[in-house]
Design a protein around this ligand. Structure first.
Ligand SMILES: [Zn+2]
Length: 342
């Protein structure tokens, strides 16, 4: 089985994002939110069958760990109440996709975060998504301000209620920012990669893994700048007398393969052990075009991994078994959803 651990519902029916705009406009005007729009099963089926499912079939992958559109989370918009209603609507839609295509999609939740609002606010939604929807992870935004970095770092006990909940449910968090509202950043070009790198560095200099020995984080987009600068981080850990970086991080930190060219994948696989790499493409998402140098989509990341000089066993870890290990509930949910599909 080939498991893509990073996909977003970027093709959701139009009225879903339309409602979000109306919700934020109503909030600005001090009015109550409009009622949620009707979205039919057929509309969802069509948006997936002509989108992510089609791409799965074309590329020969089997299952996508699927979450709401990341740039659409918009934790900097509205307030705690609008974030809660929006996260609830987005997660419900993911659950509907997973119910309609139980063999192809398993859910991950977005969280109802807001800048400078305690992440305790997220706990009920985590319980709901794991308990009622069978979701296997969460996307945790280290910067709900959208590029102004107003919240404490991930090392701070501020975040511990979420970490306790992750440990309780045996679910990992993908560290994933949302859209940037700071014009200094391009959302997918710099803010995403920056969020990945910042998150790694914050955790590296923290006692989070001493306090939560089993907790797991996925750093997306190939780990931002981290694998490329592995020597710098090793040296920083050494200077700070934190010990060996691999001992410090690699029981708890995993990198996905959303790197859109072969040389980048080669570096990732050379620097990071195969045990810590999870196959992912983030399709349909940040980069949608075709690379004129290869004639293939930039985000067709399976092609790059197929070309890496790794053993079949190592590739098996990257494509499947690491995901089953990191997402502790995944194997059980695969069985449950497959049984439902028959
Ligand atoms: Zn993403």
């Amino acid at each position: 089985m080939i498991i893509d651990c990073h996909g977003h519902y970027t093709t959701a029916p139009r009225q879903h994002e339309g409602w979000r705009s109306e919700q934020i406009e109503a909030h600005k005007a001090g009015k109550p939110s409009p009622p949620r729009p009707r979205i039919t099963d057929d509309e969802i089926r069509e948006s997936i069958a002509n989108g992510q499912l089609k791409v799965q079939h074309e590329r020969g992958t089997d299952l996508t760990i699927f979450s709401p559109r990341a740039a659409g989370m918009g934790h900097h918009l509205g307030d705690a109440a609008t974030s809660e209603a929006w996260a609830s609507a987005c997660n419900e839609l993911i659950h509907r996709v997973c119910s309609l295509f139980p063999k192809n999609f398993i859910g991950v939740a977005m969280l109802p975060q807001s800048a400078r609002v305690s992440p305790r606010n997220c706990l009920r939604e985590i319980d709901r998504c794991v308990g009622e929807y069978g979701f296997v992870g969460v996307n945790l935004n280290p910067d709900p301000s959208g590029g102004h970095w107003q919240d404490p770092p991930l090392s701070d006990r501020y975040w511990y209620p979420v970490y306790e909940k992750m440990a309780e449910h045996d679910i990992p968090a993908m560290i994933h920012v949302s859209a940037a509202c700071n014009p200094a950043y391009h959302t997918t070009g710099s803010h995403y990669l920056n969020g990945d790198t910042v998150g790694f560095n914050q955790l590296m200099t923290s006692s989070v893994f001493k306090d939560f020995p089993t907790i797991k984080f996925v750093i997306p987009h190939g780990g931002g700048a981290v694998p490329y600068h592995w020597g710098r981080f090793r040296g920083l850990a050494q200077d700070a007398k934190l010990g060996l970086l691999s001992d410090l991080m690699l029981n708890n930190i995993f990198f996905d393969t959303c790197v859109y060219h072969l040389p980048g994948q080669e570096l990732l696989a050379k620097v990071i052990p195969a045990e810590n790499i999870l196959f992912a493409s983030e399709m349909i998402g940040a980069v949608r075009g075709i690379d004129p140098e290869t004639g293939h989509h930039y985000d067709d990341t399976k092609r790059y991994i197929d070309q890496l000089p790794l053993s079949a066993e190592e590739k098996g870890k990257i494509f499947e078994s690491n995901a089953r290990r990191v997402y502790g509930r995944l194997s059980r949910i695969i069985e449950e959803q497959s049984a439902r599909a028959i």
